[in-house]
Design a protein around this ligand. Structure first.
Ligand code: PGA
Length: 232
């Protein structure tokens, strides 16, 4: 049985000092107690990865690290890019194809496919964000489908300016089921968009939703601890 995933997407937030404060604000028990069926993945901006690696990845911890993006290239003359091979030393997961990358950085399904390939080649688990079935079928890799994790994240459900407007959990369940029908029954599908401690249970209690991707609500260590406590 694959673990339930709680993924924190910090987006473009936090300095090193703020990240340290966030770790200090987590419930101590959450940091050190192995949760068995749950894995908590924190995806900070690249520059904070190394700091979090030493602060969070302590023995028995339920925490893992992820990146928010990866280069579609193996390496070389691509100023500003960070390759899967570089990330491999620090993280186990990579968010790929987030709607903000598609919208603000022009990422296409083809780019997303190349990034998934880079992740799989370097043994990183891609967490692929899709807002519809067309994006899900464009991203499926038949041979290694059970390594890919999908996130159903409708664009209109992503929180804006501190306002939360989540999808209806039953609708998210229908979409998660359809994504599995397209990409394989063995893959995990998460839900993302305005997840909070108040609504997280209504999503993870759906039969085809195997975890959540949390943006805004993950930035508050107390609220994030509550979200984890709801599931663990
Ligand atoms: P949100 O963001 O939880 O703030 O809606 C989720 C995401 O975009 O990853």
């Amino acid at each position: 049985m694959e673990k339930t995933l709680i993924v924190a997407n910090w987006k473009e937030n936090f300095t090193a000092a703020e990240a340290e404060r966030w770790v200090g604000g987590l419930n101590e028990e959450l940091r050190i107690k192995n949760k068995g069926g749950v894995e908590i993945v924190v995806c900070p901006p690249f520059v904070l990865t190394s700091i979090l690696h030493s602060l969070l990845l302590i023995p028995n911890s339920p925490f893992r690290l992820g990146a928010q993006d990866v280069s579609k290239f193996e390496g070389g003359q691509y100023t500003g890019e960070v390759s899967a091979k570089m990330l491999k030393d620090f993280v186990s997961y990579v968010i790929v194809g987030h709607s903000e990358r598609r919208k603000y950085f022009g990422e296409t399904n083809e780019d997303v496919g190349l990034k998934i390939e880079q992740c799989l080649k370097h043994d990183l688990a891609p967490i692929v964000c899709v807002s519809n079935l067309e994006q899900a079928s464009a991203s499926q890799c038949v041979n290694e489908s059970n390594k890919i994790i999908f996130v159903y994240e409708p664009v209109e459900a992503i929180s804006t300016g501190g306002e939360f407007h989540p999808d209806d959990p039953e609708h998210a369940q229908v979409m998660a089921k359809e994504i599995k029908a397209v990409a394989g029954q063995d893959i995990r599908v998460l839900y993302g968009g305005s997840v909070t401690s108040e609504n997280v249970k209504s999503f993870v209690s759906q039969p085809d939703i195997n975890g959540v991707l949390v943006g805004q609500a993950s930035l508050d260590a107390g609220e994030f601890t509550k979200i984890c406590d709801e599931i663990c």
